[in-house]
Design a binder for this molecule. Sequence first.
Ligand code: ZN
Ligand code: ZN
Length: 433
Amino acid sequence: MAEEIITSVPFVYCLKYAKKRIFCDFCFKKIIRACHCPVCGTMHYCNTTCEKNDTIHRFECDHFLKASGDYNLKKYLEDDVLRLFLRTLIKTNNVSQNRNFYQSMAKKYENEIRMLMGTEFMSSINLDLMVPNFDKMMANKIEIKNEKEAIGFGIYLQNSFDSLENASNNFDGIRIIYKRSLFPALRFSESATNDSHIKIAIRIANRYLESRNVRNFYQEKIKVKSEVLKQKISEVKIVYEEQQKDFLAWTDRHVDNRIYINRKLEKRLEAISYLKDISSQKEKEIITVFIGFLLIHEFANLLYRWNGNLHSTENKDVGYKLENFIFDGNIRVIISTKSKWNEDSRYLGIGIRDTSQSRKIQFLSYDYIKEIFTDNLPFGSYFSPKFEVKEFGDDVFALRESDEFETNSDIEENLDDIFDDYEDAYNIQTCGT
Ligand SMILES: [Zn+2]
Ligand SMILES: [Zn+2]
C-alpha cells in the first residue's frame, strides 16, 4: 500500500548524556571519527560541519567549559532534561522582569540554570514563560531513537502528529519520519457498464479517485473498513435512465449499488455520433468528461451512504464537497439551446461555479477537457484545471445540478437565496425543467 511520508526536524533537541561520544550531538548519526567542541570539549560531533552548524551550543559553550571543571556544576551537564530545557530557553529567549508564577520544576531549573549559565543569561530569559515552556517541553518531548535504542530527546513543532492515525515513525538522525498509510485507492469497475462512453467516463473518474489528493480527502472524512469499500465500489453498476420528476436529475443513486445517468446525455451522444465535424467531436468529449465528473460526485455520495450517512444533510452535499475540493467550485454544464434543456441542446463546455463570494462561473478550458478525454494529462495536472474565458450569449445556459432539491422545501428556499443573483446573471436553468 502506498504511504505518505512526512518528515520533521525538531525545534530543540539534545543527546542523552550516556550517548555522548557514540552519537553526534548535532545530527545524531553514529560517530565514526570523533571531533569535539574545541572550546569546552563537552560536545562531540561526527565532523566539523556538524560542529559549525550547532549554533545553539555557542550560547552554552563558555558555561559548559566552566561547568566541566567544577565538581558542583558538572552534574548539571549530565541532566538531559535540564539541557533540553536550557535549549528551549535559549531558543525562545524572551525578556521579562516579572517572576511571579514560575514554580516547582521550572523554579528548580531556573536556579540551576542560573548557576550554570550566570545571571547575565538569566536576565535575558522571560521568566513568565518558564513554567509554560517547561510544561510544553515535558508534554512534547519525544525520545529520538537509533534503531530501537533511545538516544536523545526532541521537541518537534512542525506537524500535529497526534492527528496521524495508523502512523508509524522512525528516525534518520534527528529527523523524524512518519509514514501514514493512505486511504485505499477505490475505483469503479470496467464492467460497471456496457456503454462505450460511460467506459471512458469511468476511466476519467478513476484517475481522480485513485489520486493521493482524493484519498487524503477521504482519510479525513470517512472511517470505514477499506475492504468493505473496495468490494462495494467494484459492484457498482452505471446505467442510463429516463429522467423522473423529483428523482433523477443528472445522476442519481437511489439504489445502493447503482448510479443512474440521465438518458438525455445518451440521446445527445447518439445524435451526434453520426456527425463527423469538429464541434460534434468536441461536444462528445465534453459530455463524456462531464459524465466522468458526475461519477466522481456520485462516488462521494455512495461512500457516505455506505458509511451509514443515508439521510443526513451531509449525504446531500458531500458530492459538492468533493467537486469543490478538486475543482475549487461546483460543476455546471454549459449548453446552447433554443428551448428548454433536452437532448437537442448543444453542450458547449463545463463550467465551474466558484463557491466563494464572487459566485462566478469559469469555463474549464477545452485543452484540459481534451487531455482528460484522451488520457494525455500528466497525473499531477488533474488537480490544476485550466480555464478559459467565454461569453454567455442569450441562449447559453449554465445548467444547475438538479431539481432534486424540490423535494425538500427548506433546502430549496435556502438555495434560492444563494442562487438568485447569479442565476439571473448567468442564465442558470434547473435541469429537467
Ligand atoms: Zn554530526
Ligand atoms: Zn563547546
